[in-house]
Each structure stands twice: as C-alpha cells, then as structure tokens.
Design a protein around this ligand. Structure first.
Ligand code: AMP
Ligand code: MG
Length: 508
C-alpha cells in the first residue's frame, strides 16, 4: 500500500517508545499483519484529539492514512511495534504462557501540544488489537473479530463518558479476511489508546520465573514512567503498590455503582493504572441481579457482579506477591488491608451521589443496602430506576409517597418500594437541597444511556451488514450519557426479552 506524502500530522507523530528501550527479551519486535480491504467502521474524534490529531481535516489522504494505520497496513515514522511478554492468573490459575498474542504496542506517542494549565500532555500507547500471530499466540490466530472489536470500542467510549477510569479506543476497522470462531466471522482491529499497557501480569512473569533483575528493572521502569511520586517516597515500591491498591479499589467501586460486570477479571487484564484492558464478555446490569455472571465460560461464577470487589483484592494480592523479593510482606499486607476501606468509601460516595445525597449520615449504608435488595428481588432495571429516581417527589406526605408512581411501578411488589420510599424521604429531609436542584444533580450521577448488551448486539448485527450508523450513534450518545438526547430516546429503552441477562462468549 503506498501512502501519499501529505498525511497532515500522522507522519510526524512524536514517538517516545520507552517500552521498546527495555531489554529485548521483555517483548518481541515484529510488524503487524494488516487486514485486507480495510473499512473504517468508526473513529472516535475525542481519542483522535488526545493524540493531537484533528478529526475535522477533510482530506482523503489523511483519512486513508488513518485507515491504513488502524488496519496495520501503514506505520508512520518512529513506530516500533512489539508484542509484550507477560503472564497472569486466569480464573485463579497461573498461566505462564500469556503475552500479547494478538495485539502489538505500535508506538508510544507524545502529542506536541501542552494543556492550557501548562501540564505536559501524557504519552499515549497505541496498541493494535488483532494484528496477527506473535510468539505468545499459543493456538490462537492472532486475530480479532468485528463483534468483539465493536464491543471493546463502544465500552471504552461508554466508560469514558461515564467518567470511569478506562483505556480508550481510537478506531474499529473491518477487513475482508475471514476468521474462524464458532462460525466464520469478519476480521477487525481496534486501536487501543492508554497511558500504559503494563499489567499486573508483567510483574508476575518475572516473579514466577525468579528473574529478579528483570523484575527490578520492570518495577523501576514502571515507577519512572508512571509513578514518579513513588520514586521519592521512603519505600518506592510500597508507594507504588499503595497507589495501585487505591486506584483498583476505586475502579471496583465505580463498576459496582454503575452496575458493570466485567466478566473476565484475570490479572493479565488489570492495568497498573486502575483500569482494565479487556472489554470482552462484559455486561451492564439490566434487571438488577447481584449474582449476574455474564461470561459463558465462567462456570463457577468467579467473576459474578457481586464477586468483583473481592476479585480486585485477590488480584492485588497476586501483584503484591510479585513484590516480595524486594520487601517485607508485612507492609505489603498492611497496604492491601486498606483496600476495603478505600473501596467502601468510594462506593458510598458514588451511591450517595446516585441518591442525590450530599451529606454523610450514619444510616446511609443501610438505605443503600435496602434499596439494592429490593431492586434485586423485584428485578428492577438498574439504570432506568436511578434515572427515574431523580424525579422523586419528597414533598408528598406520609402514605402519599406512593404517588411517586412512575418509580413505584418498576416494582412487582409495590409495597416494598413504599417502605423504602418512606426511609428515603426521611433521609432527604436531612438534606438542604430542594427536589429541583437534586434532580439536576442526580441526573449528572445517573446516566440515561448505558451500553446495554442488546444495543451492542444490534450495532454488531447491522455492522456485519456493512451498516455502521448505529455504532456511530451509540458512540455519540455515550460520549454524554447524562444528557437527554431527545432524538435518540429509543437508545434508552429497556431491553427486549431476548436481550436480557445476555451471557457472552470469550471466543473473540
Ligand atoms: P483475553 O481473553 O483476550 O484476555 O486473552 C488472553 C490471552 O490469550 C492473551 O495472552 C491474548 O493475547 C491471547 N489471545 C486471545 N485471543 C487470541 C487470538 N485470537 N490469537 C492469539 N492469542 C489470543
Ligand atoms: Mg486480555
């Protein structure tokens, strides 16, 4: 593929490939295996802007250069693609054979622009997922399919719009190559954009192979690049661990509050920056079910919704174990024991915001717990309920709270709602804000639009027929999921019967 000369900035992306400066046995340098006849399914302008690139450029050369870049067919100057080696615990079992089996870190890009506050813009990893076989592919073909690529792309955008820490995705491209899964599917690629692609599993790799010099190098690299504050702490590796414990606990709180089930929380899917790399068999809660398992291969329910906080802890324990060659277990353990408090404090803060509570009161935990119980026992739609709750009329007297009928009607057992509504009304009486103000505030904490699996499924089916409009509509709506978007009202609809509690396959 020949690319014309003027690519409006793409050719001159400023690379700072610090990972590629690590010793050669930390990765495998290789070229992507591009897909044929690529078509741009969707390009996220916000992510493009992060890279200092313009989404408004109206030039065929520029669009084509982006398409070729995002399909593994063109590498701008300075790109040094490599597959990272890491390992990790999958479903509780250590697997020494992991690594980038179908993705390549293409480059680490540092946009020339500086933020208005003078802060340096971060360096962004560009990771091409579906880029062909690597030494870590095991039996896999190194490819990604359209279905899973759209899911990852939309979920990254949805999380970003919700204000939840996340890796981002620049693009989804589809090609004409056939990929064999349970059926023949179209090959696709996503360009993932994140400040780091260092996983818990990077450290586990060197720990379990007892290559302590390499482990130390990996740690020092990570602190230098991503945790500069930890470098000057009394015990730098402990300070690093503290930060990972904190951001991971907070991420779990975000997921629980928004009703997100990740589905495959293996340690190789955990970023040291408190994000996840893997949006595979995930789900957002429709009818609230604390025990929801969305991953078809998760027979024991290890990654059920209500297990996630514990799994976050377990994964952090696995990371902590990898630090034991360099420090006592006691301080690591002490740090790990802060997890519960950090998680709970964050969860309470997020749930209070969802309920429109600005003050902190003793009974809040109980109020939240009671609500979650009745949402579960009545199979109430989680997102829809909280959005409706912003219209709760707290001025009604006594038994009249039952007049909050739109909310009440979500419950099969209306009386359990009435009982809770009285508690809620009493609690709201302790607040200083009036209903109207609270509504505005609650609508900023409770999204109207969420990436329900049925929506993702519809977008995927249309895209398989070369119609990418729904993918792009969803992308736009999820950028601001708290806004009304009256023209897209249909995208806030409850799932049809077939779309409820979907269970998804990992074979992507
Ligand atoms: P995941 O389930 O996507 O987190 O992947 C777990 C491991 O399997 C990682 O090392 C991936 O790189 C690898 N992997 C997943 N799918 C493929 C594939 N189609 N080809 C090669 N490796 C894969
Ligand atoms: Mg993964």
């Amino acid at each position: 593929m020949s690319i014309a000369k003027n690519k409006d900035g793409i050719e001159s992306l400023n690379c700072d490939n610090h990972y590629a400066r690590l010793p050669a046995h930390f990765y495998n340098k290789q070229m992507p295996d591009g897909i044929s006849d690529p078509k741009m399914v969707s390009l996220n302008p916000q992510v493009l802007a992060l890279l200092g690139l313009d989404s408004e450029v109206n030039s065929d050369v520029y669009s084509d250069a982006l398409l070729q870049l995002c399909s593994g067919n063109y590498l701008p100057a300075g790109f040094e693609p490599l597959a990272m080696k890491y390992t990790g615990h999958q479903f509780g079992h250590y697997n020494p054979d992991l690594g980038d089996g179908r993705g390549l870190l293409l480059a680490q890009v540092k946009p020339a622009s500086v933020d208005t506050d003078g802060a340096d813009s971060p360096t962004w990893d560009l990771h091409l997922k579906g880029a062909g076989r690597t030494p870590y592919s095991r039996q896999g073909d190194g490819r990604a399919v359209l279905r899973s690529s759209i899911r990852e792309y939309l979920c990254s955008a949805a999380m970003q719009g919700l204000g939840i820490p996340t890796t981002q995705a620049l693009s989804v491209v589809v090609g004409s190559d056939a990929v064999m899964r349970e059926q023949v599917e179209q090959a696709a690629m996503v360009v993932r954009v994140a400040e780091s692609h260092v996983r818990f599993g990077h450290f586990e790799h060197f720990y379990y192979t007892q290559r302590l010099d390499d482990l130390k190098l990996m740690l020092d690299y990570t602190l230098t690049q991503h945790f500069p504050d930890a470098l000057t702490a009394e015990v730098p590796y402990l300070a690093f661990y503290k930060q990972v414990v904190t951001t991971t606990a907070e991420l779990m709180a975000h997921w629980q509050a928004v009703g997100f089930v990740h589905g495959v929380m293996n340690t190789d899917n955990m970023s040291i920056l408190g994000q996840t790399f893997d949006y595979g068999p995930f789900a957002f809660q429709d009818n609230f079910d604390p025990a929801y398992v969305c991953n078809h291969t998760d027979y024991s329910g290890r990654y059920a919704f209500n297990q996630q906080p514990q799994v976050g802890y377990w994964n952090l324990m696995a990371l902590g174990r990898s630090l034991t060659p360099f420090m006592d277990i006691a301080p690591l353990n002490e740090t790990l024991q802060t997890y519960d408090d950090i998680f709970l404090a964050k969860l309470r803060q997020l749930m209070r915001a969802k309920l429109g509570l600005q003050q902190v009161q003793d009974g809040d935990g109980e109020l939240i717990k009671n609500l979650l119980e009745i949402l579960a026992s009545n199979e109430v739609d989680y997102t829809h309920f909280f959005r409706l709750l912003s219209g709760f009329d707290s001025t009604l007297d006594g038994a009249e709270v039952a007049l909050n009928s739109a909310i009440r009607d979500q419950f099969i057992d209306r009386e359990v709602f009435d009982a809770w509504a009285v508690q809620y009304q009493q609690r709201l009486a302790l607040e200083s804000s009036v209903d109207d103000d609270r509504k505005v505030q609650m609508n900023r904490a409770n999204p109207k639009f969420i990436l329900r699996n049925y929506l993702a499924q519809q977008a995927i089916e249309q895209a398989a027929d070369y119609d990418y409009s729904l993918v792009n509509e969803l992308l736009n709506v999820f950028a601001n999921p708290f806004d009304e978007h009256s023209e897209f009202e249909a995208l806030a609809a409850l799932p049809p019967e077939w779309g409820r509690k979907m269970v998804l396959s990992c074979s992507s």
